[in-house]
Design a protein around this ligand. Structure first.
Ligand SMILES: Nc1ncnc2c1ncn2[C@@H]1O[C@H](COP(=O)(O)OP(=O)(O)OP(=O)(O)O)[C@@H](O)[C@H]1O
Ligand SMILES: [Mg+2]
Length: 275
């Protein structure tokens, strides 16, 4: 097949796919077209067009903090959908509300009003204990500063989410070994965090987030503390995880290069989605 024939075939397939998405979800199709228009020189990978059904739906999210008499409006009516298997970057200036949004999306905090829905489950309506089970089963969190337990060896650090979820210890250890292999840390399991490099610590934190096989990973500036090469390795790891496990990935980032590697960028400005 000639090069242009190959490209045409890919485009035809992409258009068919868009029509299919359009029938199910016009907003996602519109977004995919907008993203393509913004960076038409990129390879059109069908995997990178929002394909799966909606996993998580945010509606009219408002978050205010009260300080004395003052109300600080941090999120001012955010609505968005994240699809299964998507890789989404959330960007915006410092203080625009990105971390707050991510925490609400993962049920780490409750909104002042509005909804975070996973299917028909509204996080705001869950009791604290149900919310904690939901987080264990559905969400993996990754942060800029890793938060590994300094006094536990890596193997134990990776087991931590399984301990809370009360999984059987033998299967937990098998899982830890598999995940360490996936993130390239099999030979570091006996080490303590301080004996690891920054990139290795972040890979460990990602392995830990995967232990309960979450549907979604929410990562707040996961490369913020790393140099360019280590940051790129972390993004490649997320891409592998998405491809091999089908995990939906949402990352907050300041780095425009990383944002461009995502399927879609959602920009937050002054607590609103910047259209
Ligand atoms: N617990 C809190 N009490 C009061 N104000 C808060 C609280 N948490 C966050 N804020 C305020 O909410 C705003 C948004 O904070 P947030 O951490 O979501 O921003 P961000 O976009 O993640 O910024 P950065 O890029 O610097 O991490 C900021 O003005 C911050 O001061
Ligand atoms: Mg932040």
């Amino acid at each position: 097949m000639t090069k242009s024939g190959g490209l045409d075939a890919v485009k035809t397939e992409a258009i068919d796919r868009l029509i299919e998405i359009f029938d199910n979800d016009p907003a996602a199709a519109a977004q995919a077209i907008k993203d393509y228009a913004r960076r038409p020189n990129q390879d059109i990978s069908l995997k990178t067009i929002a394909v799966g059904p909606v996993l998580l739906s945010v509606r009219d999210l408002i978050k205010t903090y009260k300080r004395g008499r003052q109300h600080l409006m941090v999120l001012d009516g955010v609505s968005l959908d994240i699809h299964e298997g998507e890789f989404v970057a959330i960007t915006g200036a410092s203080g625009s509300g990105k971390s707050t949004l991510l925490q609400l999306m993962g049920g780490l905090d409750k909104p002042t009003s509005g909804e975070v829905m996973y299917g028909d489950v509204n996080l705001a309506k869950l009791s604290d204990s149900k919310l904690s089970v939901f987080r264990q089963q559905t969400v993996g969190f990754v942060f800029q500063f890793f938060y590994l337990q300094p006094f536990l060896r890596l193997s134990r650090n990776l087991e931590v989410p399984g301990m809370f979820a009360r999984t059987e210890s033998k299967s937990r250890r098998t899982k830890v070994a598999e995940l360490a292999e996936k993130v390239g840390l099999s030979d570091r399991l006996k080490h303590y965090p301080k004996e690891l490099s920054g990139g290795q610590m972040q890979r460990a934190a990602i392995a830990r987030a995967l232990l309960n096989l979450p549907k979604i990973i929410l990562a707040d500036e996961p490369t913020g503390n790393l140099d360019t090469a280590n940051g790129a390795a972390i993004i490649e790891l997320f891409e592998t995880i998405r491809r091999e496990l089908g995990t939906t990935i949402v990352i907050v980032t300041h780095d425009p290069v990383i944002a461009r590697r995502a399927d879609r960028e959602i920009r937050i400005r002054d607590g609103k989605v910047d259209a």
